[in-house]
Design a protein around this ligand. Structure first.
Ligand code: RP5
Length: 187
């Protein structure tokens, strides 16, 4: 990680951490510094406003804000800063499966935009943050390009193995030796 915190990862509850930590892991992969905070638009509104007002002064270039339910956090943060905000709609597990949060985040009225990724899309939010920061950072731009090349190579390798082994023998992710759930990942 770099010494500077360039991304603010914010979430409405610590119960959002299992999903939002994917954003942190992805930023670590690119060596992008970040800070993490739990703030709620409803439960700690003053703290959320203070966070947004002071973000630019701390050198934060992008805010990733995850929230579930009636997810107002990304919009409230965006209202108090011109730092770009990427909203991550979360499936809080007790509402409408994340569609509630998706609609809350993606349907910002004109004037104060929030970029929205898919439900639980914390990794994509981080990749988008890297892309935004890379506009003014050649090193990061090259790292993002290398990541895309490596990702493409990984997909091609799987396609080649599928062709070589045939459909009945092919096991996504490489077979039984993988960690649980590993065969679902294509990254
Ligand atoms: C939202 O309410 C949070 O972002 C979280 O996704 C959801 C549930 O929060 P907890 O009741 O688990 O604290 O504000």
């Amino acid at each position: 990680m770099t010494d500077r915190h360039r991304v603010g990862i914010v979430m409405g509850s610590d119960s959002d951490l299992p999903v939002m930590r994917e954003a942190a892991k992805t930023l670590e992969q690119f060596g992008v510094g970040f800070e993490v905070a739990v703030l709620s638009a409803h439960r700690t509104p003053d703290d959320a406003v203070e966070y947004a007002r002071t973000a630019a002064g701390r050198g934060i270039g992008v805010i990733i804000a995850g929230a579930g339910g009636a997810a107002h956090l990304p919009g409230v943060l965006a209202a108090y800063t011109t730092v770009p905000v990427i909203g991550v709609p979360l499936d809080a597990g007790k509402g409408l499966g994340g569609v509630d949060a998706l609609y809350s985040i993606v349907q910002m009225p004109p004037g104060v935009p929030v970029a929205a990724v898919g439900i639980n899309g914390a990794r994509n939010a981080a990749l988008l943050a890297v892309a935004i920061l890379s506009l003014c950072d050649q090193h990061l731009r090259e790292a993002l390009r290398d990541f895309r090349h490596a990702q493409a190579a990984s997909v091609r390798a799987k396609a080649e193995r599928l062709t070589a082994e045939g459909l009945p023998a092919y096991v996504p992710g490489g077979g039984a030796g993988n960690a649980p759930g590993g065969n679902r990942r294509s990254r």
